[in-house]
Design a protein around this ligand. Structure first.
Ligand SMILES: Cc1cc2nc3c(=O)[nH]c(=O)nc-3n(C[C@H](O)[C@H](O)[C@H](O)COP(=O)(O)O)c2cc1C
Length: 286
């Protein structure tokens, strides 16, 4: 197979940087295999503009889609992005997700939608990355949040080999679909019920700001992927377009964004500061 002429375009969404990190590694490894790769965040101008997306897809031989797993589900904003793509015929595609541990059939959620659009999804896989959810709920409050070098193990031993395997499958044009078996489909469906029918935005009611530490820097307002946070009459409010990505909560420079009162205890509820390796929030706009 002549690899020099193969063009890959990747679209991804990342709430707190993990999927950005996985995309960076993936595109680098693909370029080392001599593919021509371009990649765009769902928050980039190219994607926001809309018009160019279908043109980019038409010009590509292969299209990648990456997103974080939220309760075995896809972030709603990324699902809408896929739903708005123009229908086409037999375009090869791959899907990758990032997750803490278990994603059920979370990668297949995008696959099913992409197939309706005419994509042939040959690879769909889930990549383990650091956890970004620890909140005052019975199960969630026990999940570990690590930062810095504490995350090297999962990135090196779990994520990188998985990404390398995905690259291998792409290079060899081999089918690799994860999460299709009945157990993963059933557990995935159960997890998704809460995210879909429980209406994710209802969680946004739990956000507030610790006025003692907030400096009104507006980072939360400016960086929300759905422009869901407003500041009026000295009050921060979260609207109905919350994705539950937790970006506002984790990336407040003062850790002043709270999710229920117990998160005032920053030792008990440490914030996730992203995957490192050059990650900054402005990367998610490119
Ligand atoms: C609302 C929410 C739900 C999540 N649900 C799951 C899950 O079901 N399984 C899992 O393994 N990780 C879950 N996670 C962890 C994230 O998928 C994981 O940390 C991911 O790498 C974050 O990617 P990002 O930094 O690109 O947003 C969840 C995170 C959030 C915020």
């Amino acid at each position: 197979m002549e690899l020099f002429s193969i063009k890959i375009t990747i679209f991804y969404f990342s709430g707190t940087g993990n999927t950005w990190w996985a995309t960076e590694q993936l595109q680098q490894m693909l370029k080392e295999k001599k593919f021509e790769v371009e990649y765009f965040s769902a928050e980039s101008k190219v994607v926001q503009d809309g018009n160019k997306v279908n043109e980019l897809i038409n010009q590509s031989d292969l299209v990648g889609f990456g997103y974080p797993i939220y309760g075995s589900d896809i972030p709603l904003v990324f699902m809408d992005f896929i739903k708005n793509l123009a229908p086409l015929k037999n375009k090869n595609a791959f899907v990758y997700t990032t997750m803490m541990l278990f994603s059920g059939d979370g990668a297949l959620v995008a696959r099913r939608q992409l197939r309706k659009k005419g994509f042939k999804v040959k690879q769909a896989t889930n990549i383990r990355m650091p956890n970004n959810i620890r909140l005052p709920y019975p199960i969630f409050k026990h999940f570990p949040i690590n930062n810095g070098a504490e995350n090297d193990w999962v990135k090196k031993k779990k994520a990188l080999p998985k990404i390398a395997k995905l690259v291998d499958r792409i290079v060899n044009n081999k089918r690799w679909i994860q999460g299709w078996d009945p157990a993963n489909v059933a557990l995935g469906l159960m997890q998704r019920m809460e995210m879909r029918f429980g209406k994710v935005y209802k969680y946004a009611r739990n956000y507030s700001v610790d006025e003692e530490t907030c400096t009104q820097c507006m980072q939360c307002v400016d960086n929300c992927p759905t422009e869901n946070i407003t500041f009026e009459d000295e009050i921060f409010s979260w609207g109905k377009n919350c994705l539950f990505c937790l970006r506002c909560y984790h990336f407040c420079p003062e850790d002043a964004v709270l999710f229920k009162k117990p998160t005032l205890d920053r030792k008990q509820y440490p914030r996730y500061k992203g995957p490192g390796d050059g990650f900054t929030l402005d990367k998610l706009k490119k």
